[in-house]
Design a protein around this ligand. Sequence first.
Ligand code: NDP
Length: 477
Amino acid sequence: TRAHIGVTGLAVMGRNLARNLARHGYTVAVHNRTPSRTKALMEEFGHEGTFVPAETARDFVDALQRPRRLMIMVQAGAATDAVIDEFAPLLESGDMIIDGGNAHFADTRRREADLRERGIHFVGAGVSGGEEGALNGPSVMVGGSKEAYAVLGPMFETISAHVDGEACSTHIGSDGAGHFVKMVHNGIEYADMQLIAEAYDLLRQVAQYSPAEIAEIFRTWNKGRLNSYLIEITAEVLSHTDADTGRPFVDVVADAAGQKGTGRWTVQTALDLASPVTTIAQATFARAASGQSALRTAYRPLPGGMHIPKTRSEAERFTSQVEQALYASKVIAYDQGFTMIQDAALTYGWDIDFGAVAGIWRGGCIIRAAFLDRIRTAHKAAPDLVSLLAEPGFAEEITAAQVPWREVVATAARRGVPAPAFAAALSYYDTLRADRLPAALLQGQRDYFGAHTYRRTDRQGAFHTHWAHPDRPETDV
Ligand code: NDP
């Protein structure tokens, strides 16, 4: 019997995806550059389903049913290109290569165009949920042709996470759309994590709660509209005690955050698209700032904010304000992510169902959260929704939250507690709701030094003022 699908690259992700496929009854050919990994998979997990181990590329390709479905789970970048170069010459027209790695969407676009010319479907699939998700049900964001999804979709939908009986896998759009949406997912993840971390910091420094008390606050919040995987694990981390010292775990961890790069890609790409994902950007920069130890040493002696002790009841009131600020900022972060996907869809010609995107993020991935259900409903009800805040339900909640949100950002500023993501989200809100922006003044400055011209509110055309002789009539250029 020939295999339904083949997986090459059997490190944690590939191995677990292969096992997930086999456990669901698919016959899975397995291959790895270093054959010992293939052997290890067969020895440890061979009994879980039907695997066809292959040592050479030729054996691997020959083991596959046609049209061949070959999934690559290797390091993104040069390794992925090397593996494509190795296998593509062995494939035939109509065969499919699926890249389930964390590829940059621009690479996926390039590879798809290249392989399409050779008659091969290239499917960039963003796989979220880490090794646990790969094994038990990831969220899968699939790019590439509709024809390829028609063949592969049932397979992805079988092995993905499910929420209310619906699979967390969908066809996002052509070429790089799947990897793009996965990238933005990670950007939103950065923002969500940073916002939660800022909420913790404020509750600790302003309300003077202990990590264990804050864990309880998060557990309470997790029963409401903030219900999410990230809030849940935050409570777990905060209630964890370090075994060596008996101190709260969070106090013994070095406060310099790492990053693997997909958040950074989101921000870099957002600059190219002129997509104002400010909360995601602040979250990414906050990680970078935390690692600037020389700068932090230089700034540390400088004066900070005012200390006004809070009574217990004031602390409780503040806690409720932080919940509102966190919720409002989170809505903004997700909205920014969706806006960025919308901007990319226009640029790259992707026809994206935003409700479906929200739908597949409800399970299997790191940002899974109850409120994605509401985002999904909002987009399903109005497929051309410009913003979540244009939906009456969200608008009402933000209206109710905006005063406490301001209180929290103001308190953070007064007390000298950094809250860059909260502040960025609020500034974004105020920027977009402003009647007039000082961008008019920027246009004046640009016209002054660079004759860049400006448009007027009362007349059509592009104008330039003769700044050396401002009394001379402006020119319509
Ligand atoms: P790694 O990213 O650590 O990659 C290791 C695998 O790549 C091994 O199978 C290795 O083969 C193979 N490889 C590396 N270079 C080459 C090459 N030049 N030719 C052939 N094979 C090569 O593995 P992971 O399982 O962590 O991740 C796989 C992919 O999934 C990556 O793109 C990753 O970004 C993505 N991903 C990872 C997640 C995670 O949580 N880890 C989550 C979601 C996606 P060998 O054994 O011979 O060295």
